[in-house]
Design a protein around this ligand. Structure first.
Ligand SMILES: [Zn+2]
Length: 274
């Protein structure tokens, strides 16, 4: 599997809005809009992460938390080593990695904020089941952060908002009035977009890069397909798995992951970290 094949699957979306504000996602080489500085988003995320730590009940299961940290550390090191070895600037150089385990069995969710602030909810552990499963989910979430998907999303919405303002003037402020009427109360995590789904291209890219990062870290990425199958099964129950609402799974998604697995195992074997 090479990147050309990946682009064949995902398609190359070039930024045709403001060409000078484009960046490139490492490995996939997809161009993306980067109007907002990463440092700004990372700082915002870190502040929100601190609030989340105070607001949520953190698990006292230190054994599982240590396991999460251990897996995370392997992924961190493998990513940095890979970019070092391929002479590509390490996209995680400004990350300040941190991991929490939130005690909430009902939440089947996990996320990674810009800058490497990670949370796993205890409910997610029923889906991940083992180290390879945990690495699959963490690899995917970390991939969103490494590919700077939040920077891209915030940049896009900035462009859309500019457009809205222009439309607003033309429509005599009716859009603004409607927005005020519906109220603008947003939760802590929605401020940084944690519960907003990424677009399909970004999801697919996070699947692809997540597989690569987990494989480089020495995990068995064949577990990834099983995770998605367990997720779909859990989703059929009474409670909707939150992970599924932001990561809509489909037969097509699972098929793509399955198609990538063997090639990635060959092309991105476990990397030796010095
Ligand atoms: Zn995702």
């Amino acid at each position: 599997m090479n990147r050309r094949k990946f682009l064949g699957y995902v398609g190359c979306g070039c930024c045709n809005i403001i060409l000078t504000s484009c960046g490139t996602v490492p490995i996939t080489d997809r161009r993306q809009l980067q109007l907002i500085p990463e440092s700004k988003l990372n700082a915002q995320a870190a502040a929100i992460y601190e609030k989340v730590k105070k607001k949520e009940k953190l698990s006292d299961d230190t054994k599982t938390l240590n396991k999460i940290i251990e897996i995370g550390k392997k992924i961190e090191d493998a990513i940095s080593e890979y970019f070092y070895k391929t002479s590509v600037p390490d996209p995680t150089v400004n990350f300040d990695w941190e991991y929490i385990l939130i005690d909430n069995k009902k939440m089947k969710n996990a996320w990674c904020m810009p800058g490497g602030k990670i949370a796993i909810y205890t409910g997610m552990l029923e889906i991940t089941k083992n180290d390879n499963g945990l690495a699959a989910v963490m690899g995917h979430e970390i991939a969103h952060a490494v590919a700077k998907h939040s920077v891209e999303r915030a940049s896009r919405s900035m462009v859309i908002n500019l457009g809205t303002q222009i439309a607003d003037i033309a429509s005599g402020g009716k859009i603004s009035q409607a927005n005020r009427a519906t109220g603008g109360s947003i939760g802590l995590l929605t401020q940084i977009g944690i519960f907003n789904p990424f677009n399909r291209k970004q999801e697919s890219e996070a699947d692809y890069l997540g597989l690569i990062f987990s494989s480089l870290s020495g995990f068995d990425i064949r577990e990834t397909v099983k995770i998605w199958e367990r997720m779909q099964k859990a989703n059929k129950g009474k409670e909707l798995a939150e992970f599924m609402s932001t990561h809509p799974s489909s037969a097509n998604r699972i098929k793509k992951i399955n198609d990538w697995v063997n090639g990635i195992i060959l092309d991105y074997p476990p990397i030796k970290v010095n």
